[in-house]
Design a protein around this ligand. Structure first.
Ligand code: COA
Length: 336
């Protein structure tokens, strides 16, 4: 096995803000309820002509500018998303062409909802550490505003748009991916969905509205139960202790989920990083956005151990403990 590491990161959010006060004009809700129950204050919303591939391209442009990186030698593009521009072609193929990535590079979208980025990271690690690939571009991106029902107060307050990208490259002998864990439980498929061709799952009739539908309570309970167990499994697989984890980045679904998850783990809440306060739940983008916020704010440093844990529709979940070893930055991040 060869070593692999994350060498660069970039991110992007659209410029339009949707605040809690804006939502008060659209549905029967209020800022106090939203902040108290979710911790979310604002979300970013794509323009009508701005799609997931556009968010991905902008995140990679930020990465290239900051780290002086080229994507000319990328040999695989993995895009984790639930809101692809089309069922097919893939967002990854569109991004490959848009960024001038070689025609010999592989390109594929991965569907694991809010766990998608960590699933893609796991795959990138497997590809690079096996020696099959050398430089993998991993992007988590979603334009959830395109499938959010802005007349439904139970979902419209939660979701936003964004993208985060990282490069996974050979890391010499040392592997900076210390251990991971994957899981899925399709018996809960009916709890968060957007219908496609079928309108029934597990014998349950689904609402074919073309919009995201969820049973928030069920997802909440499942995540608070599942994530702490998953984190313990990551640590066991990595041969690491929780006390060695400098930062914990759970999926930014709801601050009120992150608190009990930290409590159950007995992990200090102050060391949890999240992107939901000003970006909402951005699904596959939420973890790379939180990581990049931590880097932009100077909290997250090379050499630190970071535990990422995604969870969401499927139901799916995925965790990874990494030791951060980014290349030096040569340019400033593009402001959000
Ligand atoms: N504004 C004001 N009141 C609202 C509201 C809103 N936006 N949404 C719901 N309410 C009301 C409900 O009608 C209910 O009123 P009632 O007690 O008079 O019946 C009350 O608030 C509580 O509703 P409930 O749905 O039980 O709230 P909750 O505390 O469970 O929070 C979510 C709802 C959706 C925020 C929460 O369940 C959640 O975040 N779940 C996880 C979702 C998730 O992670 N999804 C993505 C998958 S990764």
């Amino acid at each position: 096995m060869k070593g692999a590491r994350i060498t660069a990161i970039g991110s992007y959010v659209p410029s339009r803000r949707l605040t809690n006060t804006d939502l008060e004009q659209m549905v029967d809700t209020n800022d106090e309820w939203i902040v108290q129950r979710t911790g979310i204050r604002e979300r970013r919303i794509s323009r009508a002509d701005e799609y997931t591939s556009d968010l991905c391209a902008a995140a990679v442009q930020d990465l290239m500018k900051r780290y002086g990186k080229s994507v000319q030698d990328v040999d695989m593009v993995l895009v984790a998303t639930s809101t692809p521009d089309f069922s097919f072609p893939s967002v990854a193929a569109i991004v490959q062409n848009r960024l001038g990535i070689p025609l010999t590079s592989g390109a594929i979208d991965m569907s694991a909802a809010c766990a998608g980025f960590v699933y893609a990271l796991h795959t990138a690690h497997a590809l690079v550490s096996s020696g099959l690939h050398h430089k993998v571009l991993v992007i988590g991106a979603d334009a959830l505003s395109k499938i959010t029902d802005y007349t439904d107060r139970s979902t419209s307050i939660l979701f936003g748009d964004g993208a985060g990208a990282v490069l996974v490259e050979s890391g010499g002998d040392k592997d900076h991916f210390l251990g991971g864990n994957l899981g899925s439980d399709g018996s809960g498929a009916q709890h968060v969905y957007r219908t496609g061709l079928a309108d029934k799952v597990n014998g349950v009739e689904l609402a074919a509205t073309g919009m995201l539908v969820q049973n928030g309570r069920e997802v909440f309970k499942w995540a608070v139960r599942t994530v702490p167990q998953g984190v313990q499994q990551v640590l066991q697989n990595a041969g690491a202790e929780l006390a060695e984890v400098d930062w914990f980045i759970p999926h930014s679904a709801n601050l009120r989920m992150i608190e009990p998850i930290c409590e159950r783990l007995n992990y200090p809440f102050e060391q949890a990083l999240y992107s939901l306060e000003y970006f909402g739940n951005t699904s596959a983008a939420s973890i790379p956005l939180a990581l990049d916020l931590g880097i932009r704010e100077g909290k997250v440093q090379n050499g630190q151990r970071i535990l990422l844990y995604g969870f969401g529709a499927g139901l799916t979940h995925a965790g990874q403990l990494v030791s951060l070893s980014l290349d030096p930055q040569v340019g400033a991040p593009t402001p959000y």
